[in-house]
Design a protein around this ligand. Structure first.
Ligand code: NAP
Length: 237
């Protein structure tokens, strides 16, 4: 029997890139996936890939984590109402509006970065904490970036939001340390996705890992056998 049979996974950023590949891998391992992103067509493509891999048909939840932020609050109860449980939160949604000097950051851009990269994590934790604590082996994996811990020119808008998100996730991990829930930050390293292409348009995607290359290691973090907690797991390093 696949290792995640009977488990329910909520995956954000599931319309493309790392979140989509991770959702397919979790479904391949038997999880019932609930897919979140804005783009209905992208969610449908991920669902098609899940079915082609032999996974259970996914539930699709088109949602803008910035513009409909208050709807995030219903995710935990909605998943439990439909599937009876929530075992895995895989939060891969992220945005890199643009690379720019701190002094040139525009309000609209930093609002988007803070909403998607930081505030959405808080709302997801808030709504998913009760069912994840109640699960026999709840797992939360939140995608981060090395730049959060290593400030670099032009990366401030994205890095500051990711740093805030990391702080929040580590505090949450400390708060649930005595429960079965294991909480991890995961830095995937350089992966050929749309986000990466925006930051480094000159890089050859063929010379980099693809989302499907990092998905198995990220899915491993969602398994009951994974006991690390409150750590940042840096893939490939
Ligand atoms: P990506 O291909 O650009 O995918 C980003 C995902 O986030 C998409 O599914 C997108 O879906 C979703 N998203 C963005 N804004 C959203 C919003 N307002 N509401 C709902 N969903 C939204 O990026 P990726 O490279 O796979 O990144 C995944 C995660 O890994 C991110 O947290 C990123 O910071 C992190 N990361 C990536 C790299 C890398 O090299 N790729 C390195 C370090 C860390 P829609 O557009 O359909 O909404």
């Amino acid at each position: 029997m696949p290792s995640l049979t009977g488990q329910v996974a909520l995956v954000t950023g599931a319309s493309r890139g790392i979140g989509a590949a991770l959702a397919v891998e979790l479904a391949r391992r038997g999880a019932q996936c609930v897919l979140v992103a804005r783009t209905q067509g992208g969610l449908e493509e991920t669902d098609d890939a899940i079915r082609a891999a032999g996974g259970l048909p996914a539930a699709l939840l088109p949602l803008d984590l910035q513009r409909r932020a208050q709807d995030i609050d219903m995710l935990g109860p909605s998943v439990v109402a439909r599937f009876g449980r929530l075992d895995i939160l895989a939060h891969a949604a992220g945005v890199l509006p643009k690379l720019t000097p701190v002094a040139h950051i525009q309000p609209r851009d930093i609002e988007e970065s803070l909403a998607v990269n930081l505030t959405a994590a808080w709302r997801l934790i808030r709504t998913c904490d009760p069912p994840l604590r109640a699960a026999p082996a709840g797992r939360a994996v939140v995608l981060t970036d090395a730049v959060a811990a290593a400030p670099a020119p032009y990366w401030g808008m994205y890095g500051a939001a990711k740093a805030g998100m990391e702080h929040l996730v580590r505090c949450w991990a400390a708060e649930v340390a005595t429960t079965p829930l294991r909480v991890m930050l995961a830095d995937p390293g350089a992966v050929a996705t749309g986000l990466r292409a925006n930051a480094f348009p000159g890089q050859d995607p063929a010379a980099m890992a693809g989302p499907q290359d990092v998905a198995p290691a990220l899915a491993d973090l969602c398994e009951a056998a994974e006991q690390r907690h409150g750590e940042t797991i840096r893939l490939g390093r």
